[in-house]
Design a protein around this ligand. Sequence first.
Ligand code: ADP
Length: 345
Amino acid sequence: ELAETTHGFVGADLAALCREAAMHALRRVLPDIDLQEQRIDPEILEKLFVTSNDFMDSMKSINPSALREVFIEVPNVHWEDIGGLDELKESLKEVVEWPLSNISSFQRIGIQPSKGILLFGPPGTGKTMLTKAVATESQANFISVKGSEILSKWFGESERKIAEIFKKAKQASPCIVFFDEIDAIAPIRGSAAGEPRVTERMVNTILSEMDGLEELRGVVVIGATNRPDLMDPALLRPGRFDEVVLVPPPDENARKEILKVHTGHMSLDEDVKLKELAKKTEGYSGADIEVLCRKAGMIALHEDMNIQKVSYRHFKEALKKINPSTTPKTKEYYQQIAQKLGRGL
Ligand code: ADP
């Protein structure tokens, strides 16, 4: 029965649960016991039984760690793993890396660093990668939370969780807090489906945490969204996400760089010309290109398990199977938003 009711518990959680149940039993028999001070009479211990009820009561205070923990990561993505986006890498260095590693220079000349940056653009264009790379390169810790997960996993306690995330970030500073799919937790007020009040309260929590960020030097918030037009504009006011940057679908040059990254470890035939492939991949995002390269490799293996190299014909075959995820319309849509926000690159 216990095994059934402890779905999602890892070993450490089960150990904590058993300990808590034992403590519960002790407190039941000896309500005034001070476990730091007192030795327990062995006779009492001998008669002490941990009951099913002790376990059930303990379940209320021990949650599975996957849901409880805010994980601090140390990412391992480097600038050179990201093809293209050169200007963006430079601005991220300025906005994120400088304040984290040179806060005293900002103080000396008397300007406030940005507290947050919002990356927007179509899916698979490298927003997450950029955030991880800037954490790696500035030797910062990294806490990543998905908007949709905050709502589903932490339902009913999401504000508390957000406060906890900021608390952890302060403790682990220098630290980058990454809110992926931030539109899910910060939709335009009153527009959220389901529980508008929950999201409104969450936005307020994020706002007040970000307002307090001056004192918490060494914490930078990065948000990412595919739908900035659905976001609460309160988050875009100065002093919050004061940098709002478009991560566009890659142009031909950027696609060549991305192809270079993803074919870097492949054994390529001489007839594979990345420049040519870059021309043929209009509309492909970074993520699409990654899938395309893998597909070309798989097609080569299908042809012959002993094949030595992946050739152009394999890529041509792969191009027929993997479609681009963006259209000229997508590009236009994001350009328009960038213009409206006035802060696109
Ligand atoms: P987003 O956060 O914008 O949805 P991600 O950063 O998660 O996109 O990218 C998904 C995957 O696509 C990455 O793991 C990477 O393999 C590939 N990718 C996307 N953009 C690039 C890029 N500019 N250079 C190299 N790989 C990329």
